[in-house]
Design a protein around this ligand. Structure first.
Ligand code: 13P
Ligand code: SF4
Length: 309
């Protein structure tokens, strides 16, 4: 406990010395969220990164989020606690097949989820997050065909919400959300019959069909806060518990184990530790370094997204 307190103090001192901001995703461990200047979902954190005026962005999340912050801040230093904090969606979508698709189908608008590599972003027409995906797809002229990538479940959800027929969907999945079985959710509902069900759109359709609310991590937190219910079954990564309980200490939040880890934790997000975070601020490593031309090409679809929402 003393060691944790000391590392936390070091982090706060380093932030001041470096003129740094610490951005943390909701899926980070509580001890990391406690040190953060802002905790948010991927859209909120991208917006904060875009408006930052200090010297260093320390991004406690996964690597694609740090890359996004770098594309928005090419002249600033962006560090993250662990270079190996990837994402199964990023890994499911290498850039070469996306380039091939673009060559073969120049008429398609490529809508890429922010959970993609910087190379894939650079091949995209517009980006989206789980918070604004429906709005972004609706912003594309109805007659234009769309390739949505890489998340199959989010893509199918967006297609159902928009009623869009001319939409191809990549077949990537999130190892955390896609492996939540509806069967376990049904068991949880039987155990907690008064609980409302909230779910992230990366969950399978069979889970989303049972949800009272579907939304991004921050949208889930806001919805629970505004709800009259006292109990919630939460179908997303369990790091969100920290914010849910901080905002509503009297309410109960239940998490359902998935079939990947028999838990509801993202193994990539959980690679980050307080020690690694301190070291990244101390040594300014691992640091996001990207070719200028690649950042410029990725910035265009990112800015298009931020202009829509
Ligand atoms: P949010 O856009 O809701 O932050 O989600 C990011 C993510 O990685 C979900 O698994
Ligand atoms: Fe990627 Fe899923 Fe982890 Fe989110 S929870 S970072 S989508 S693997």
């Amino acid at each position: 406990m003393l060691a944790t307190a000391t590392i936390a103090e070091e982090i706060q001192d380093l932030k001041t010395q470096r003129r740094a901001i610490l951005l943390a995703h909701h899926y980070q461990e509580p001890e990391i969220q406690e040190q953060a200047d802002v905790v948010g979902d991927s859209l909120e954190l991208a917006r904060i990164a875009r408006n930052f005026e200090g010297d260093v962005i320390s991004f406690a999340g996964v690597w694609f989020m740090a890359e996004t912050a770098k594309a928005l801040n090419p002249h600033r230093t962006v560090v993250a606690p662990d270079r190996d904090a990837s994402c199964s969606l990023v890994d499911s979508c290498p850039v070469e097949p996306v380039r091939e698709f673009r060559r073969a189908h120049p008429d398609y608008a490529i809508v890429s989820y922010i959970n993609t590599s910087i190379e894939v972003k650079a091949e995209s027409d517009i980006l989206c997050t789980s918070r604004n995906a429906v709005k972004i797809v609706n912003s594309i002229p109805r007659g234009q065909p769309v390739l949505f990538l890489p998340d199959r479940n989010l893509g199918n959800y967006v297609q159902r919400q928009t009623g869009r027929e001319n939409m191809k969907i990549w077949q990537g999945t999130c190892i955390v959300h896609a492996t939540f079985p509806a069967r376990r959710l049904i068991e949880a509902k039987m155990e907690h019959p008064h609980a409302k069900v909230v779910a992230h759109p990366e969950c399978p359709e069979s889970v989303l069909a049972l949800a009272d609310f579907v939304g991004s991590t921050s949208a889930i937190i806001d919805w629970c806060d505004a709800s009259n219910a006292a109990e919630f079954i939460v179908m997303t990564e369990s790091g969100i518990r920290y914010s849910l309980e901080r905002i509503s200490p009297a309410r109960r939040f239940y998490f359902v184990a998935n079939e990947n880890c028999n838990c509801s934790e993202c193994p990539y997000m959980k690679l980050n530790t307080l020690e690694k975070l301190r070291d990244s601020l101390l040594y300014l490593r691992p640091r996001v370094e990207l070719p200028k031309e690649l950042m410029e090409r990725a910035l265009a679809p990112l800015e298009r997204m931020l202009a829509v929402n």
